[in-house]
Design a protein around this ligand. Structure first.
Ligand SMILES: NC(=O)C1=CN([C@@H]2O[C@H](COP(=O)(O)OP(=O)(O)OC[C@H]3O[C@@H](n4cnc5c(N)ncnc54)[C@H](O)[C@@H]3O)[C@@H](O)[C@H]2O)C=CC1
Ligand SMILES: [Mg+2]
Ligand SMILES: [Mg+2]
Ligand SMILES: [Mg+2]
Ligand SMILES: [Zn+2]
Length: 464
């Protein structure tokens, strides 16, 4: 390159950086369309166009540079990224934007996938606001707020209403939602349990995929989003149903089946409420001394009423809702082309699922996978890798979903735990997933993590 060409290039870089620093979006875009490599160029100061735009609060330029693939992880001579700079200079809308993109997470945690498998029961439509649980004044105000949403539970099941959804007669259920006035009497009864679930998550302009250069709308931030509570009462279920104006309302009889008909959002709320309510129903007495306990902190704590109890000194997990970790695994044959599925006696004919088992104290997830598979099927397992997890509110498990590779293949079933286990080929499983005419087996429905693990394995090598 001649010194003349070098000078022209430097001049171009300086022109580009100056435009970015001034927020001249038109010039930035024009220069980039002619010389795309300008996008990550540093000037004499060691700053890129993105850093300069972030320094001076030019949201539109930052947005345009990001959309054109600019590297936001470059650092200046003080090791600051554009994000650090925007944060330091108080441009919150820009720092929010810079901390957000998916590709950023890939960079921080290689191999991570922000669009990770989201399982049924795991969607969080509420912000749990755990910091507010001990705030009695705030909680009291929320309880009587006319915008607050109440869900009614009887025997751990929520009141739902059902409608026929499509030609296949697939039923979709919705949670029955009540306002304060409709449940005021229940709230006053001493036997009623009231659990604070959270407040509705607010959608900020930056949480949507359509990016906007406008700052947060003031009316959106001033109005508090509705709070949600779950009420559990031992009143007669038929009497409770009379409160609902919707036609086909009921309390599900078979939660394993009926709670799978909710929307993803509502299923997430039910997972939270049902597990907490189940904990209260099982822990009325103190596990440490056997005395009575009382509920606190919006339903997230039980305090022993015996003032001498050890559980009142320090922090004790017996006072908080319990979660049981369970490993659930799809074991892959060493040939890579078959998977191990088993069935319990209680399963409908032909149904096979992933093996699963409770994690024991002092056991890692990987060891629990190896132990449970060997106990139940006699198959030895080598490498284990985590895929995704699922809260399973029957009553309070966390299903930790894994893929594992077998290092032995002979099956010897433990008949106390499962009735049968077998290797199924990729083709057999694919036919089942594609609802072929004569599938060799059936698998659990899509709402279960077992189904998702099977689909994940098949999808790893195909476009299913
Ligand atoms: N969402 C899904 O796709 C699936 C969920 N599951 C759930 O996983 C859970 C565990 O699977 P299993 O094969 O039954 O486990 P498992 O293979 O460990 O056997 C269950 C036995 O373990 C003992 N046990 C140990 N810790 C326990 C605890 N904390 N609570 C209750 N029992 C305990 C009991 O004797 C029980 O009968 C089940 O509750 C089931 O609901 C199971 C398969 C699929
Ligand atoms: Mg087992
Ligand atoms: Mg098991
Ligand atoms: Mg077990
Ligand atoms: Zn106690």
């Amino acid at each position: 390159m001649t010194s003349l060409q070098l000078g022209a290039k430097e001049e171009m870089v300086e022109k580009f950086l100056d435009a970015a620093a001034r927020g001249d979006l038109t010039l930035v875009s024009t220069l980039l369309s002619h010389v795309p490599s300008l996008i990550n160029q540093k000037g004499d100061s060691g700053w890129t166009g993105l850093m300069l735009a972030a320094r001076n609060g030019h949201f539109g330029v930052v947005e345009a540079l990001l959309s054109q693939g600019c590297d936001k992880f470059l650092v200046n001579s003080s090791s600051q990224t554009a994000y650090d700079i925007s944060k330091f200079w108080g441009h919150r809308n820009i720092s929010n934007l810079l901390s957000r993109t998916d590709e950023g997470c890939q960079r921080v945690l290689p191999g991570s996938d922000l669009h990770q498998q989201e399982n049924y029961f795991s969607r969080e439509m509420l912000d749990r606001l755990s910091g507010k649980r001990a705030d009695k004044v705030w909680m009291e105000a929320k309880r009587s707020d006319p915008g607050t949403v109440y869900l009614l539970f009887s025997n751990l099941n929520p009141m739902i209403s059902s409608s026929k959804e499509d030609e296949d007669n697939r039923v979709e259920s919705r949670l029955c939602r009540f306002r304060f006035e409709a449940v005021k009497d229940l709230l006053q009864k001493p036997q009623t349990l009231v659990i604070f679930l959270g407040v509705e998550k607010r959608k900020t302009p930056f949480s949507s995929s359509s990016s906007s250069s406008s700052p947060l709308q003031t009316e959106e931030v001033t109005q508090e989003p509705p709070a949600w509570f779950a009420i559990s009462t031992d009143e007669d279920a038929a009497e409770l149903l009379k409160r609902c104006r919707e036609k086909h309302s009921c309390f599900p009889k078979l939660p394993h089946r009926d709670l799978l008909k909710l929307s993803e959002e509502e299923a997430g709320v039910v997972a939270q409420a049902r597990s907490v309510l189940a904990w209260h129903s099982r822990y009325s007495f103190c596990p440490t001394c056997g005395s009575s306990t009382k509920m606190e902190e919006g339903g997230y704590k039980r305090r022993c009423l015996n003032s001498d109890c050890r559980s009142l000194k320090g922090v004790h997990n017996t006072c908080y809702p319990r979660v049981d970790p369970v490993v659930i695994m799809l074991v892959i044959h060493p040939d890579g082309n078959q998977c191990l599925l088993g069935r319990k006696k209680i399963f409908p004919t032909g149904l096979f699922s992933c093996l699963a088992g409770f994690v024991e104290p002092g056991e890692s997830m990987e060891e629990a996978v190896r132990r449970e598979v060997e106990e139940e099927s006699g198959v030895k397992v080598g490498p284990v890798s985590y895929v995704s997890c699922q809260p399973w509110p029957m009553p309070s498990s966390l299903m930790i979903g894994c893929l594992a590779v077998a290092i032995s293949t002979d099956i010897k079933v433990d008949e106390n735990e499962i009735e049968d286990a077998s290797w199924f080929t990729r083709q057999q499983v694919t036919e089942t997933l594609l609802k072929g005419p004569r599938p060799a087996l059936t698998i659990p429905p899509r709402q279960t993590i077992a189904h998702q693990l099977i689909r994940h394995w098949i999808g790893m090598n195909s476009n299913l």
